[in-house]
Design a protein around this ligand. Structure first.
Ligand SMILES: [Zn+2]
Length: 228
């Protein structure tokens, strides 16, 4: 097992430096894999969730038998399974057959990738955009797969900081690039609808690895390209 160290910096609200130990297993780190691939949704899970949603409705003082609510627990359970479908995928599922050898050493950027996720503290949405850049080192990945990686990690219960880091680490592990940059800009409904109720606040997090971290020029190039 081969281990390497990467430093992940979070900007925005928290200015904390974190060091992630990336232990490579078949080219993918355990951190990126989140190996506990959850079981496929089955009828047992679905009915447990349905019952739970009925309980919540009764807790609100609602009549679960009235017409508009009769099918709500089932619909809500299926919706929640969709919102969290990323638990039933791994990074290998998404990237394995889409990594290609290519002698390309210019920056690759995919920006404005739509992202919808659920905050793990309140189970309410946060959503926004993800910008990804990497500097290849003999390997590239199908561009749509970067959006699939975003989709996989965002369709889980998340905090924005971890989401940002997981996307960056997954790309590092799959491509071993010279560097990776990930920026996530999001609005959190738990801030907008409750708590401080700041309607227009956006949270921005970034993970800069390799040359994007070490070389200010590369970082600047990335930042100006995602703004253009
Ligand atoms: Zn929240």
């Amino acid at each position: 097992m081969q281990c390497q160290k990467a430093t992940v910096q979070m900007n925005g609200l928290c200015n904390v430096k974190k060091v992630a130990d990336l232990c490579s297993v078949n080219g993918f780190s355990e951190a990126a894999l989140d190996k506990k691939k959850h079981n496929k949704p089955d009828e047992v899970t679905l009915s447990t969730m349905e019952e739970a949603y009925s309980t919540i409705l009764r807790g609100l003082g609602e009549n679960t038998e009235r017409q508009g609510l009769k099918s709500t627990p089932g619909r809500a359970a299926r919706a929640m399974q969709f919102f969290t479908k990323g638990y039933r995928e791994t990074v290998q599922d998404v990237l394995n057959d889409a990594v290609f050898d290519e002698d390309h050493d210019e920056m690759v950027i995919v920006k404005d990738i739509e992202m919808f996720s659920l905050c793990e503290h309140h189970l309410v949405p946060f959503f926004g955009k993800v910008h990804i850049g990497y500097l290849p080192n003999q390997k590239i990945v199908g561009l749509s797969k970067l959006a699939r990686v975003v989709e996989m990690y965002s369709r889980r219960l998340q905090v924005q900081e971890r989401l940002t880091k997981q996307i960056a680490i997954a790309i590092v592990e799959a491509l071993k690039p010279a560097g990776v940059a990930v920026i996530v800009e999001a609005e959190h409904m738990c801030m907008v609808m409750r708590g401080v109720q700041k309607k227009n606040s956006r949270t921005i997090t970034s993970a800069m690895l390799g040359v994007f971290r070490e070389d200010p020029k590369t970082r600047e190039e990335f930042l100006s390209l995602i703004k253009s």
